[in-house]
Ligand binder design. Sequence first.
Ligand code: C5P
Length: 315
Amino acid sequence: RRWSRSSHRSAQCSSSKLTLFSPSKINLFLRVMRRREDGYHDLASLFHVIDLGDSMDFTPLPGSGSDELTCNIADIPTDGSNLVIKALNLFRERTGSQQRFRVHLDKRVPHGAGLGGGSANAATTLWAANELTGRPATNEQLLDWSGAIGSDISVFFSRGAAYCTGRGEIVEDVEPPLPLTTPLLLVKPPVGLATPAVFKALDLERRSKADPLELLRGLGARGAIEPELCVNDLEQPAFDVLPSLAELKQRLTDDSAGRFSAVFMTGSGSTIVCAGSDEVPPFLGQPDCADLFVTSARLIAREAGAWYQPSKALA
Ligand code: C5P
């Protein structure tokens, strides 16, 4: 029965194409609570979706061949190791759909950046596949399923501000703790960081002792980012893996003349978030900084489905 429903839908939508905005995220704080038996770590982190994002085109393909993925960046794998393909396989497995897709990924979010760009692509793919096959799944099901292919995909089914626990896949919507207009400047060195390497370098003895619920309350109560609230237990191990990142954070903190209210790393790096202003400090214009990725960004929140709509113009 499932099969005939989905094949009927695939015939219906074979001429349709969806172009969607695939956002990214920052972690306003990230506490690592414990190392687990399965090799993962339990986290307690405040994620916030942001308006830096990729553009993705989805076209249903006739027949039962393979999915086709293309990308504007040559070194992004487009085979079964890409989370987009994993998301399509997961969607078909859970819904019984047979629909194949052509997907073009126009990447703006850097890779190995702690911004969850690849995870957002997977979430956007689940959302698109569901739309283009007549919505066999609810948003809650897509959120539940997404944990099977990665730890920080689920957050992209939240409303934008989410307190995440477990591996990161247990998502609780919270009121946006900060005004969405809070200016952010993101600065990333050309070198990215691989999440497993950063977790491996983590020394649990050197973690923060801050209570994550206190951090959450503190941000909400004060409505402004303050450095002592933007704790990231992955910062020290990331600096151990990539010492120049510690220098970059120090320079952004020192050279910014009080411009930023807080400077902190997101996720497992290597992006440093500067909050409170998106004015570019003069030192970033010097030749030794020419290869840094620098962009301004804003926090975003949504009503159901909104950030996946083709509403975001990508300049
Ligand atoms: O789940 P995901 O594939 O994004 O995780 C990549 C790697 O990061 C895991 O294999 C693990 O080494 C590490 N990780 C972890 N604890 C988490 C999330 C990720 O140790 N909560």
